[in-house]
Write a protein that binds this ligand. Sequence first.
Ligand code: CAO
Length: 635
Amino acid sequence: MAIETIKVPDIGGAEGVEVIEVCVKPGDIVSAEQSLVVLESDKASMEIPSPKAGKVVSVLIKVGDKASEGTAVIELEVAGAAAASAPVAAPAQPAPAPVAAPAAASAELAVAVPDIGGGEGVDVIEICVKVGDQVKEGDSLIVLESDKASMEVPSPASGTVLSLAIKVGDKASQGTPVLVLSTGAAAPAASAAAPAASTPAAAPAASVAAGPIAVAVPDIGGAEGVEVIEVCVKAGDEVKEGDSLIVLESDKASMEIPSPASGKVISLAIKVGDKASMGTPILQLAGAGAAPAAPAPAASAPAPVANAPAPAASAPAPIASAAETRGASSDYYAGPSVRMLARQLGVNLAEVKASGPRGRIVKDDVKAYVKSVMENRGKAPASGAAGVVGAGIPQVPEIDFAQFGPVELVKMSKIKKLTAANMTRNWLNVPAVTQFDDADISEIEAFRKSIKDEAEKAGVKLTPLPFLIKACAAALRAEPTFNVSMHADGEHIVQKDYVHIGMAVDTPNGLMVPVIRDVDKKGIYQIAQESNALAKKAREGKLTPKEMQGGCFTISSLGAIGGKGFTPIVNCPEVAILGVSRAEMKPVWNGKEFAPRFMLPLCLTYDHRAINGGDAGRFFTYLNSVLADVRRLLL
Ligand code: CAO
């Protein structure tokens, strides 16, 4: 037996990287390659594996420590060999070039797994192509995943896939045949295209000057036209050297571009959605002094592919809002071993609550998620308890419609996809009841018409909608059972003491629900002005997430379009929604005779967990009384 000190290996020159997790304790028996600690810079996370099997004698590092190459991690009792200060093997990382060996002096190219940093028998978890596919140079062919890193193996050339030599579940090492490619030309030499987690080189991109400096995208490993997915600063912000300025994301990796110096952002030259390459201007920085060399965009370390943390969702969202995008786009932040565990357990990481630093999902989070799902099996799901509802619902079979006639596949907009997901979630979660009634709005209509011209002169387009919004606010105050949300714990009701009302707007991109705040404190003109402005912004696609959040109740008006009634779907986490159809002049019996009255068909859908039929009846009666006599709005 010998005691060896296990140290942090070469982590690509990174210095003082924070220890965010210590995975072992004294007495633990570890196997070779088992993770000892997790390091995380603000750009990448990496697991440091044990170079050999043994028993942990002592742990020399703790969470919060800063580690660099050579920092002692543990003392390990190993069998045989004399004690030595053993450097550990660097964590497996995707290495640059796939091996492309010419199959013959023909147009066929046999593609094999490139040098993957010494990784042996690494799992093939995805085959991205099939025989007959056309691939471009750099397209991913397969995805490999060890418990330390995941990596995509890109095609070294463009061509057609002739045959596959590998399948999901196979174990791959350097040289393992992947496929044969028909390149349509003499086989090219092995390409040096970098796979997923290649490390962009450091390159100063800021001009060196005492005054304002122009900051541009540094060398990002030759990548061209990479999409800007986040701009982390705005004009006027003070940034420190190393602070992230923008985040770029290709289909292979995401990287943050740090500030090369401290200073104040004068102006931005880039926006989300732009395509960036080395040299693309980012911003002007003032007061930066002599700009130091820009650090590399991503930590030059053996970093596994880790998605950037999702932007925080600030509030429960209406039908389409930024708060919904996290789950929908599977933006989560987790190391490869956590991803592997999640896959083994069939866990969708997008549904797991992160407890690690900077929103990182750790193994315990995955386990806690599985535990809660198991515990909740059979229990009635609370509102928003995603993941435990809808299970077992048979899938609608996929149908080839082309067999019946000509068809075209039209891509759904992001908002339409979000709306579809949210409608399904709300439909499955809410035991909803819809009640119908006709409100007599003859007086409101007469009043509206009498002041319509005056309103127009004041720049306000006055439709029945602002009266309805105002009347609903009064009804929410009168019947506070409607102004609640179900708490996610399934044991509480959240009673609200504010009245924010959402209105569904039909836009070319899909349904949006902007929210008018504090409706109970506003007059009809102000509500009309705000609803017109929000509807305009919605149609122009300019609503901010904040403008779509915080609603207590939604009105969906199809009055201008037509129809006699419909059953709107509750917009969770709200508990009720009012559907409005087209008002019509109708004969109404007044006790003596039929009188012509302007009747507005209303449909009130409510969540029967929060609201009883009696509550709904009272709400409707109150609402109708306010709509029947506009003076009541003053009360
Ligand atoms: N009955 C009769 N006429 C009505 C009416 C009603 N219930 N509601 C509106 N109208 C009239 C208006 O008075 C206006 O006519 P005038 O100019 O002569 O006064 C005309 O219809 C057009 O109104 P509008 O649509 O411009 O304005 P609005 O305030 O009624 O509606 C908005 C605004 C944003 C709600 C609407 O444009 C919209 O997008 N509605 C669709 C909502 C939707 O898709 N809901 C379904 C979602 S759930 O499946």
